[in-house]
Structure formats: structure tokens, C-alpha cells
Design a protein around this ligand. Structure first.
Ligand SMILES: NC(=O)C1=CN([C@@H]2O[C@H](COP(=O)(O)OP(=O)(O)OC[C@H]3O[C@@H](n4cnc5c(N)ncnc54)[C@H](OP(=O)(O)O)[C@@H]3O)[C@@H](O)[C@H]2O)C=CC1
Ligand SMILES: Nc1nc(=O)c2c([nH]1)NC[C@@H]1CN(c3ccc(C(=O)N[C@@H](CCC(=O)O)C(=O)O)cc3)C=[N+]21
Length: 293
């Protein structure tokens, strides 16, 4: 058996074409160009790559982006001051503070300071609360990207056993919330209504959980953690992990081995990461529309 490869580039390009058209329409109707403000603290190489990808993608769909770089030793007060300035700045539609932040900073306090209507990451407690109640303002980028890949390849989640590895606030937890809802705002009821199992570092006998899954989603940050014996034959495997190793970029799943057991699998790079960036563009346009009202 050879798994179908769920190419994120194709999905991202199709969605970005659609976003570009809506951006053009919005600009011609309002005279406003949606703008993403990205805040980057320090010199972390991975963060720099991601932020660069985000800026490039903004340009591709006709949106503006502005990068705000802060030194590694920036104070909490200075960073809060920057965020408050961006909240007030009418030219800025969306604000993204790239994570992780250096340890001396209180990330929650910084993220909570972002105007919920500019919170394109969907990290603000009011936006997370709305998401959990099934009436989202913004959809979180990476979880939304996972749904969009599944939708593009017609792999519905309704009635399926979905196992998520990882319970972070950026991927695992919001993804679990979205998949257990009755419907998805953008993808409909076929891409919700899952029976969701969330696993983490304190889950005993992980393999017993993963082998039950029709759809297995890995978001733990451990290179090639998911091996062929952990996957039910024919299952859909979504690899969210992005790990930098000596042999280059790799995901949380043992991709080559899984090609022989899985029904479908996302590559890294060229998988979910592409969609994360695309859904950020979607949210930035949405933010601009909210603010134009
Ligand atoms: N493609 C994309 O767009 C994105 C990719 N990523 C990537 O996804 C991965 C996860 O990121 P993120 O969610 O931020 O990670 P975090 O480090 O915040 O969380 C990792 C989660 O995985 C769990 N975990 C870690 N090791 C194990 C293990 N051996 N067995 C079971 N569970 C384990 C942790 O459990 P516990 O809670 O018990 O500690 C935790 O819940 C990373 O590789 C990251 O780079 C992240 C965001 C976007
Ligand atoms: N506030 C905040 N919001 C985030 O959404 C956020 C964050 N902080 N911190 C880090 C994670 C990670 N993340 C990615 C972004 C782009 C790619 C991406 O472009 N991936 C490409 C290229 C990867 C590469 O070349 O390194 C791919 O997978 O093909 C991946 C992962 C967003 N995150």
C-alpha cells in the first residue's frame, strides 16, 4: 500500500488565490489595504523563517505587512507599549506576536494586551472563549489549516475517531475544540462532529489510543515520534510537527515508514505549515473587514 500524499502547497495556493480576490475587492470598496503587524523579539532562526514566510504571503495576496523587531532583552513594559500602539494604529488590521518569547517576559500578559479584534492568532481569552462556545470570532490558524487540508482532499471528520497528540494552546487544544463542535464555520458539519481523544506526555499506553484513530494528528515536537506500528492501516495522518534536525526539517511522524501503512499523510515541509500561513492571511482580511464596519 502507498499512502496518498496530502500536499499542502496545492491547498494553500488555491486558498490564497481566493483570498487575493477578496482582498482586491475590499481594497477597491474601502481604500483600505489590510495590514499584518508581526512582532519578533530576539534572533531565533526558526521564528525569523516563519515571520519571513508570513510577510511574503501577505505580499502575494495584496496585503501589507510590517515587521516590528525588538531586541532579546526588551522589557515587558516596552513590549506592552508596542502592542498598545499597534492596537491604536488604524493602519494595522492584525497583530501577531511571534512565539516563543524569551523567558524573562510574561507571554500571557502580552497576548492578552492585543485588541481581540486584531487577534489574528486567536489567542485572546475572549476569542478562545467564543471558539469553545462554537461562535468563533477568529479561527486559530494551524487548527483551521488542518481542517482546510482535510476538506480539500475530501476526508471528512464527522463520526470519525480522531486522536490528537499534543495539548498546546496553539495547536492541540483549539484543534480538539473545533473537531468536537457540531459544525465548522468555514468547512461545515462534515469537518466537525468527531470523537476526539487528546493525548499528551502523561498518557499511558499511547499506542492503544493512536491505533484506534481513523485520523491521527501529531503536534508534539518530537522528530519521527509516530512510527508505523502506532497507525491503524489506512488511517489519515496529519503531521503538524516542524523539527529542525541535522538531516534538515522533519515532522513528528516517520513519514517514509508511514507511506506503507497510512491511507494518507501530510509531508513536512509543504504540509500544514503552508496552511498556517494561509489562514493567517484569511484572519488578517477578516480583521480588516471587522474594523471597517
Ligand atoms: N505546522 C505548523 O504550522 C505549526 C507547527 N508547530 C509544530 O508542532 C509541534 C508542536 O508544537 P506546539 O503545539 O507548540 O508544542 P508544545 O511544545 O507547546 O506542546 C507539545 C505537546 O506535546 C506533548 N508531548 C510532548 N512529548 C510527548 C510525548 N513523548 N508523548 C506524548 N505527548 C507528548 C506535550 O505534553 P505535555 O502537555 O504533557 O507537556 C504537549 O502537550 C512542534 O514541532 C512545532 O514546531 C507548531 C505550530 C504551528
Ligand atoms: N504567535 C505565533 N503564531 C504562530 O502561528 C506561530 C508562532 N507564534 N510560533 C511558531 C509557530 C510555528 N508556525 C509556523 C509558521 C509557518 C510555517 C511554515 O511556513 N512552514 C513551511 C516552511 C517551513 C520552513 O522552511 O521552515 C512548511 O512547512 O512548508 C511553519 C510553522 C507558526 N507558529
Amino acid at each position: 500500500m502507498s499512502a496518498k500524499i496530502l500536499d499542502g502547497k496545492t491547498v494553500a495556493n488555491a486558498l490564497q488565490e481566493d483570498i487575493a480576490q477578496r482582498v482586491e475587492l475590499f481594497v477597491s470598496n474601502t481604500g483600505i489595504t489590510p495590514c499584518l503587524a508581526a512582532v519578533l523579539v530576539g534572533e531565533d532562526p526558526a521564528s525569523q523563517v516563519y515571520v519571513r514566510n508570513k510577510e511574503r504571503a501577505c505580499g502575494k495576496v495584496g496585503m501589507a505587512s510590517e515587521l516590528f523587531r525588538m531586541p532579546e532583552d526588551v522589557s515587558q513594559a516596552e513590549l506592552l507599549n508596542l502592542v498598545q500602539g499597534l492596537n491604536k494604529n488604524d493602519k494595522v488590521s492584525g497583530i501577531l506576536v511571534q512565539l516563543p518569547l524569551p523567558k524573562h517576559l510574561d507571554a500571557s500578559e502580552v497576548l492578552d494586551a492585543i485588541d481581540p479584534q486584531k487577534d489574528v492568532d486567536c489567542f485572546h481569552p475572549s476569542n478562545v472563549g467564543l471558539l469553545s462556545q462554537g461562535r468563533p470570532n477568529f479561527l486559530p490558524c494551524t487548527p483551521h489549516g488542518v481542517l482546510q487540508i482535510l476538506k480539500h482532499f475530501n476526508l471528512p471528520t464527522a463520526g470519525k475517531n480522531v486522536c490528537i497528540l499534543g495539548r498546546s494552546d496553539i495547536v492541540g487544544k483549539p484543534l480538539a475544540l473545533m473537531l468536537m463542535q457540531r459544525t465548522s464555520e468555514t468547512c461545515g458539519p462534515d469537518f466537525a462532529n468527531a470523537t476526539v481523544t487528546v493525548c499528551h506526555s502523561r498518557t499511558p499506553n499511547l499506542k492503544a489510543m493512536t491505533t484506534q484513530a481513523d485520523i491521527l494528528i501529531a503536534a508534539i515536537g518530537v522528530p519521527k515520534f509516530v512510527t508505523a506500528d502506532m497507525v491503524k492501516p489506512g488511517a489519515v495522518v496529519v503531521d503538524v510537527g516542524i523539527n529542525r534536525t541535522d538531516e534538515g526539517l522533519c515532522g513528528d511522524v516517520d513519514y517514509d515508514a508511514l507511506l506503507e501503512v497510512a491511507g494518507a499523510v501530510t509531508p513536512v515541509p509543504g504540509g500544514v505549515g503552508r496552511l498556517t500561513v494561509t489562514m493567517l492571511l484569511e484572519n488578517t482580511l477578516k480583521a480588516a473587514i471587522l474594523q471597517a464596519k
